[in-house]
Ligand binder design. Structure first.
Ligand code: GDP
Length: 139
């Protein structure tokens, strides 16, 4: 059975571009309920850990530099079948392939600077949510 939570980040480029409010509105309009929300900045160690699955990839260093380049917004979202629903809603990793109207089609500026993160499995949604939020920080 699919879970009902996912985890997202609004990435530094989208925050720096002033799109934080528009993206949060769009998330809510999509029927995702915000269960936890945080404005923060990742340290290099945190970004390396968060993206450790990509550590052998050629873009890992660049991705870590980008993700630590400015503030991000982290959130836990709730909806039926949340992981799949949110990945569809944000669009393909590469914004050039993202469906019109998706968050990445609207706000990404490149493959790397693709506006938002969305968990790729129920297990990762739990791990990523726990990476950012304590029980006290959830409503
Ligand atoms: P996601 O699950 O759609 O976020 O995609 P991945 O897990 O495959 O990649 C994680 C993040 O790394 C993406 O969201 C992009 O920000 C970045 N990324 C993925 N592929 C590339 C690439 O080929 N080059 C660069 N520079 N960044 C990439």
């Amino acid at each position: 059975m699919s879970g009902n939570v996912t985890f997202t980040m609004i990435k530094p480029q989208a925050v720096a571009d002033g799109k934080m409010g528009k993206i949060i509105d769009k998330i809510i309009e999509g029927g995702f309920k915000i269960k936890a929300l945080k404005y923060t900045r990742l340290s290099k160690e945190q970004a390396m850990k968060f993206y450790a699955v990509h550590k052998e990839r050629p873009f890992y260093g660049s991705l870590v530099d980008f993700m630590t380049s400015g503030p991000i917004v982290a959130a836990i979202l709730e909806k039926d079948d949340a992981v799949a629903a949110y990945r569809k809603y944000i669009g393909s990793t590469n914004p050039a392939d993202a469906e019109p109207g998706t968050i990445r089609a609207l706000y990404a500026t490149s493959l790397e600077k693709n506006a938002v993160h969305g968990s790729d499995s129920d297990d990762n949604a739990i791990i990523e949510g726990n990476f950012f939020f304590s029980e006290f920080e959830r409503a």
